[in-house]
Design a protein around this ligand. Structure first.
Ligand code: TZP
Ligand code: MG
Length: 243
């Protein structure tokens, strides 16, 4: 994949309650996550226009969830950026922080996304409280079942295809594996890894509730247009497969 070359829902269709996601309480957490089509994860190392610009364009495109993923910045810089991202999300998109529970707490984000080797979910829940969203990365059915049992609100399943974006992602598991995970748990399954506009159709057809594409978006130079196109494809596949 060449990483350097990489219809939102009409906002009038959303009522005012839907527009302010932060006002929804825990009972609406799951339906909220089910509504997501395209999920943006930031990457300042790959981004052409910068993380804040990417987030702004994503929200304008109708993306309903943003994960701030930053591996190499100071805590101070992260808190500054995270609070700016929260402002840009403005209740129109859920705002999660990758790994850093402290940063999520500092800016009162909507939640966190953590990995298998990060803080255990039970501990994260104690620190964040019951109303925050916690997503967990899983690689197979067993980890997905364990994630659901431990209280994860959704799983990030990957890598679906080979990717150069995450060095330790391992070989892609292939889109067919999504079905196994989907059949084993009830919480939403977000697919990640090597996904682009050409292969995203098969990811949704195999049962993913939503998907992440990093390089295909942040390397593109037109984040808004690319995300709109992803959302259009995802919604088209979902509507053609729903009974
Ligand atoms: N976790 C599993 S694969 C991956 C992460 C963060 C990177 C996905 O990036 P891309 O560019 O969409 O393959
Ligand atoms: Mg992590």
């Amino acid at each position: 994949m060449d990483q350097k070359n990489c219809k939102p829902k009409n906002s009038d269709e959303m009522n005012s309650n839907q527009k302010d996601l932060s006002r929804r309480d825990i009972s609406q957490k799951y339906s909220l996550l089910k509504e997501i089509d395209f999920y943006l994860v930031t990457d300042s190392g790959l981004s052409k226009k910068g993380t804040l610009s990417d987030v702004k364009e994503a929200v304008e495109a109708g993306c309903k969830i943003i994960q701030y993923r930053e591996k190499n910045k100071s805590t101070k810089k992260m808190i500054d950026e995270a609070s700016e991202i929260k402002r840009i999300c403005g209740g129109k998109a859920i705002f999660l922080v990758n790994d850093r529970i402290d940063v999520a707490l500092a800016v009162d984000a909507n939640g966190v996304h953590i990995g298998q080797n990060d803080m255990p979910i039970e501990t994260a829940k104690k620190l964040l409280g019951q109303n925050k969203i916690i997503g967990l990365t899983v690689h197979n059915v067993d980890e997905a079942i364990e994630a659901e049992k431990s209280g994860a609100d959704y799983v990030g399943l990957g890598s679906i295809f080979d990717t150069a974006t995450k060095k330790d992602a391992g070989k892609g598991i292939g889109p067919v594996r999504i079905k196994d995970v989907k059949n084993a748990i009830r919480i939403p399954v977000v697919a990640i890894g090597g996904i682009n506009k050409e292969n995203c159709r098969t990811v949704i057809e195999n049962g993913a509730d939503s998907l992440v594409a990093i390089s295909a978006i942040v390397c593109s130079g037109n984040v808004k247009k690319e995300i709109r196109e992803f959302i259009n494809i995802i919604q088209e596949v979902k509507s053609s497969s729903s009974p």
